[in-house]
Design a protein around this ligand. Sequence first.
Ligand code: AP5
Ligand code: MG
Length: 214
Amino acid sequence: MNIILLGPPGAGKGTQAGLLEDKFDMAQLSTGDMLRAAVKAQTEVGKKAKAVMDAGELVSDEIVSGIIGDRLDELGPNKGIIFDGYPRTAAQAHSLDEILSKRGRTLNHVIELSVDEDALVDRITGRYACTSCNEGYHDRHKKPSKEGVCDICGNSAFKRRPDDNEETVRTRMEEYRGKTAPILPIYEDRNIVSRVDGMGDINEVADALNAILS
Ligand code: AP5
Ligand code: MG
């Protein structure tokens, strides 16, 4: 099974992709996570991407489609994929079609998480993650069970993303509205789009996704 999770910044794509990975034994491919890893490692891709990401704009189609193809080859043919944050433009959607068909894969579902934009700023400015295993948390909606200690790996250091400030979030939302939401009709024409209310709590959203995928 190959699925795309679509939604604006803070919609819950990463949170839900992490849950689906465990439940359906799939792999999450987040271009945002891959680009942040490249920035941290100061690779050529990371050097090109850093300023663009910090401004909340989109990294070039060639870069992101390149890293998606490479990662799919590493994973091999049998693992189901959750695309998180890719594709984000019409050009990326067309590249994904080619990338998948070359590898004998088909797209089964495109799921849009619908959310209220005002809630997104609250979600994003409260977000943080473990510096060791990258597990995501939130100041109010998802705290570690023991304060200051990661539930998954026991680490006690956390980080916040440089693009998680209100001004950059507004630019990221504009990019979503202007370039990403318009790709939905490509998939509507194939009858593979479902919409899930992303405003429920994390478990309610997960139940709605499970109902589509089971
Ligand atoms: P990316 O990392 O993909 O960021 P994004 O799309 O802006 O989305 P986020 O990761 O901010 O949100 P999310 O939907 O994953 O929400 P999360 O689950 O964390 O991209 C970053 C940048 O990289 C881009 O701006 C661009 O520059 C570049 N880039 C990446 N991909 C690209 C591409 N394909 N092309 C070009 N450029 C690209 O949830 C947010 C918070 O809310 C968390 O704290 C979580 O705990 C909490 N939360 C989640 N669900 C709920 C809920 N139901 N109720 C309450 N709280 C919740
Ligand atoms: Mg994310």
